[in-house]
Design a protein around this ligand. Structure first.
Ligand code: NAP
Length: 267
């Protein structure tokens, strides 16, 4: 089995990466940065997001696992003092796979024949550097509402505990193949009206955001990546057909992670 270890880059994460590299090489596993079967991240959820984006082109062949060197992570759940246990499990070269949904975002821009396509593990957001975001929101081809406000966030179930949660979105179990739309400070008065509640969509639904004036610029995020996009004519969001594969060497109950992260980790 081919593996690669990525690090957050701080001293603690780098030294744990070196230890894992050494142990796995001693177990005769091959280190391969280009075509790994297993990607082990050392750091936090941010480190995990970076690694997943690096290997998005290999989702069908690659599984991911995270070691956290800070507070408990949603994606990185192994502790530094469990490293020996983890490498012994990896050396057996057999593990369960848990698949989680991803989000697909297509951006249509004036002058480009094909839309740009992105995948997100947590979420995508649409904002503007200056002024309000004004977008018509279509659900499955029908106008649902005209949104005016700071921006919009569309999250995956596993991203529902991240930015989505801060926006008042629901926490969604990642076994549900869904995406969630949340508003960022919508303007609501006699002239402008939005639903105000987060919306959760099944995997066969498509949500489109249509800028009022064609050719506008937006500030977008796709997980940790920020992009300025101009001349946008249409954004399209749907649950992606691809999934991310997590390597599981022990149970990793989602609701326990939610409890330990947001309620307390002392039980
Ligand atoms: P960052 O500012 O370094 O990280 C933001 C925080 O979000 C970190 O504490 C990170 O955990 C945590 N996080 C990431 N994914 C998570 C998940 N699925 N569930 C719960 N917490 C999660 O930014 P970054 O490292 O570039 O990460 C980008 C992510 O930050 C975005 O995808 C977005 O979800 C999140 N974000 C959140 C807010 C907010 O809550 N108001 C605002 C902007 C962005 P670690 O410390 O373990 O890395």
């Amino acid at each position: 089995m081919k593996f690669v270890v990525t690090s957050k880059g701080d001293h603690k994460s780098d030294s744990i990466k070196s230890i894992i590299d050494q142990y796995l090489t001693d177990f005769d596993l091959e280190m391969d940065k280009e075509t790994p079967d297993l990607v082990i991240t050392v750091g936090g959820d941010g480190t995990f997001l970076h690694a997943v984006h690096k290997y998005f082109h290999r989702l069908e062949e690659t599984a991911f696992i995270g070691v956290h060197t800070g507070h408990l992570g949603f994606y990185a759940d192994w502790l530094p003092d469990e490293i020996e246990k983890l490498v012994i499990e990896i050396s057996k070269q057999s593990f369960d796979i848990a698949e989680y949904p991803l989000l697909e975002m297509k951006i249509h821009r004036q002058g480009l024949p094909e839309p740009e396509r992105y995948l997100a593990l947590n979420e995508t957001t649409i904002r503007k550097i200056e002024g309000s975001v004004v977008l018509d929101i279509d659900i499955n081809g029908e106008l649902f509402e005209r949104f005016r406000g700071d921006g919009l966030c569309v999250s995956t179930p596993s991203g529902s505990t991240a930015y989505n949660k801060a926006l008042g979105g629901a926490i969604v179990h990642p076994s549900l193949s869904t995406m969630q739309l949340t508003e960022m400070s919508s303007i609501n008065n006699r002239v402008y009206r939005t639903i105000g509640s987060p919306l959760i969509f099944p995997s066969h639904h498509m949500v489109q955001f249509k800028p009022m004036n064609k050719g506008q610029s937006f500030l977008m995020t796709i997980d940790h990546i920020t992009k300025s996009v101009d001349h946008v004519t249409l954004f399209e969001c749907a649950v992606a057909k691809e999934k991310i594969r997590f390597a599981r060497f022990r149970p990793f109950p989602f609701w326990k992670r939610v409890h330990d992260s947001f309620i307390s980790d002392d039980r």
